[in-house]
Design a protein around this ligand. Structure first.
Ligand SMILES: *Cc1c(COP(=O)(O)O)cnc(C)c1O
Length: 377
């Protein structure tokens, strides 16, 4: 069994995919081919924002946003304690200070309540200026942008939506990557919409920011390629990756999102009463980058993972370590409590989840989880 079955997906798309990649090879337009601008148009349309700027990966996408806002030394950027390292790494990389915030225990996303406490604490200490909230759509579910926007407005902060795991999700009819003042995503192969290597994108409604980000992504270019008006980076999406994404996008929108939601529903229905299943807020729609259950404690979690492995079922621990405990952030002292994150790191386990998962495989996973839990009760 595969944790995320990219091979089956390729098999389904093979004919169109091979043709799309071959076209790039034949045209040799490896950088900035027309596929890149076509993809940007389609992605912006799908998400419902004015501008999409593709780039080399999801980490660069976050960096480009922070650079465009000139976030740097002396600025505080609020980041969930329970997320992939890059969400906080980019903040330190720009010289700003990440301030970690505990998450909600049921949705795994940044807690608006804890966020406001963290902002007030930074204001009271007076050492840094609160600037940005990095909101992560963890495991595919949008963060609570209704509450986050109220807080951002109250304290005059910008929202950077890290939609690396959330692409395809929505709140009511509003799609992920449209909630931030700037939003980003990643096309890393295992993300909800993945390419065949690294890739990323930035989304915004602001003409000014879009122009800046386009420039920053190509050596701070000005009116033409050899006119450089600012210090930037080299972060472009390859034409081959754009061709891959153009081939995947319609299938992602029309079939894959529905199927991962079916798989999630089935898991939740059949696991009820056995383990804690993930909660999706009312009116929220997840793109199910991960389907993560909670076990009673670390011992049971680790035991179940080993047991599943024996039975040929892959599972993953996202994430075993809170951000505030990463050695890389050791110099950012914090005496805050991160009760929920600490608990989640010990109890969480992600199960196989992808759009090509067969009903029989869902049943097998569930049977083994049930038999392990029953044996260990
Ligand atoms: C994957 C991921 C990123 C980084 O994306 P890359 O394309 O791997 O650079 C950033 N944030 C989150 C939450 C992610 O899951």
């Amino acid at each position: 069994m595969q944790f995320r079955d990219l091979k089956t997906q390729y098999g389904v798309l093979k004919e169109k995919m091979d043709a799309a990649i071959l076209e790039v090879l034949e045209n040799t337009n490896f950088i900035s081919g027309t596929q890149v601008s076509t993809l940007e148009k389609r992605l912006a349309e799908y998400v419902g924002v004015k501008h999409c700027i593709t780039c080399a990966n999801g980490t660069d996408a976050l960096t480009l946003a922070l650079m465009a806002w000139k976030v740097g030394v002396g600025d505080a950027v609020f980041v969930p304690d329970f997320t992939f390292f890059a969400s906080g790494e980019v903040v330190s990389f720009e010289g700003a200070t990440p301030v970690f915030v505990d998450v909600e225990k049921d949705t795994f996303n940044i807690s608006p309540e804890k966020l406001e406490e963290a902002i007030q604490k930074v204001l009271k200490e007076g050492k840094q200026t609160p600037k940005v909230i990095v909101a992560v759509d963890l495991f595919g579910q949008p963060a609570d942008y209704i509450e986050l926007r109220k807080i951002a407005d109250k304290y005059d902060l910008l929202i950077l939506e890290d939609g690396a795991q959330g692409f395809g999700g929505r709140i009511a009819d509003q799609k992920v990557c449209s909630f931030g003042d700037i939003s980003t995503t990643s096309f890393f192969p295992a993300k909800p919409l993945g390419c065949y290597g690294d890739g990323g994108a930035v989304f915004t409604d602001s003409d000014e920011m879009a122009e800046k980000i386009r420039s920053l992504a190509v050596h701070g270019k000005g009116s033409f390629k050899y006119d450089n008006v600012r210090i930037g980076m080299n972060s472009r999406l390859d034409t081959i990756q754009a061709a891959v994404l153009l081939t995947k996008l319609p299938v992602f929108i029309e079939q894959e999102l529905d199927r991962v939601n079916e798989v999630a529903e089935r898991y939740t229905e059949l696991l009820k009463g056995t383990v804690v299943t993930p909660v999706v807020k009312n009116g929220f729609y997840s793109s199910w980058a991960q389907y993560s259950i909670l076990l009673e404690n670390k011992e049971t979690r680790d035991g179940l993972q080993a047991y599943l492995k024996e039975k040929g079922i892959p599972s993953m621990v996202y994430y075993p370590k809170p951000m505030h405990q990463q050695a890389a952030f050791a110099d950012i002292c914090s005496d805050d409590d991160f009760e929920n994150t600490m608990e989640l790191c010990e109890r969480v386990l992600a199960l196989p989840m992808h759009p090509y998962m067969k009903d029989e495989d869902i049943k097998i996973v569930i049977e083994h989880i049930k038999s392990y839990i029953q044996k260990n009760e």
